[in-house]
Design a protein around this ligand. Sequence first.
Ligand code: ZN
Length: 237
Amino acid sequence: MFEGERIMTEAPRAVVLLSGGLDSATCLAIARSEGFACYALTIDYGQRHRVELEAAVRVAQHLGVERHITLPLDLRAFGGSALTADIAVPKDRAPDATDIPVTYVPARNTMLLSLALGWAETLAARAIFIGVNAVDYSGYPDCRLEFITAFQNLARLATKAGVADDAHFIIKTPLIDLSKAEIIRTGQALGLDYGLTHSCYDPSAEGLSCGQCESCRLRMAGFAAAGLPDPTRYVQS
Ligand code: ZN
């Protein structure tokens, strides 16, 4: 036990943004498999799918992290998204739709990465993991590689570590080019229990997934394409 702790403290540190969803949980599993000592950061931004915050706690415990912080930052004060305002979550959206859906939260990933960077600099961590994916979420501008690259440059310019110590922060996006099925197979191979994760944007009061929102449909299609059972409990089933 003592030996294990010594090894853990010598491992490079990473801050991992953990929403409690399928992608970020896989991202944490990958960060662990790469030998990072992981510091999981969950932002309670007032999302309507509150059960994902509980999922984040379960996933962090399941995979093992050095520390898990759930940080309140109530974006309902701004609204502007179906996730943070009284706007209906779209159901049965066309899979080939290319417009940016109302579930987009204005500038969310910029805010999440900024908070992760603040903790990373404090911890002397140089890696930040974020589970963005450009395949399924091509409509979201802050899921693109151009955005990630720009933020990485910003991180060096914006921090004492970057200026004084020439530290280079790396924004790690291991899922960016993977299909949902590939993400699920990766997590499965790493021993991740997807029954602990939550994807639905519009769960029932009992926490059951709706099966119709964009996030549910991507998840169901991903498990189907991966040829694996989806452990999620849906309203219809
Ligand atoms: Zn749903």
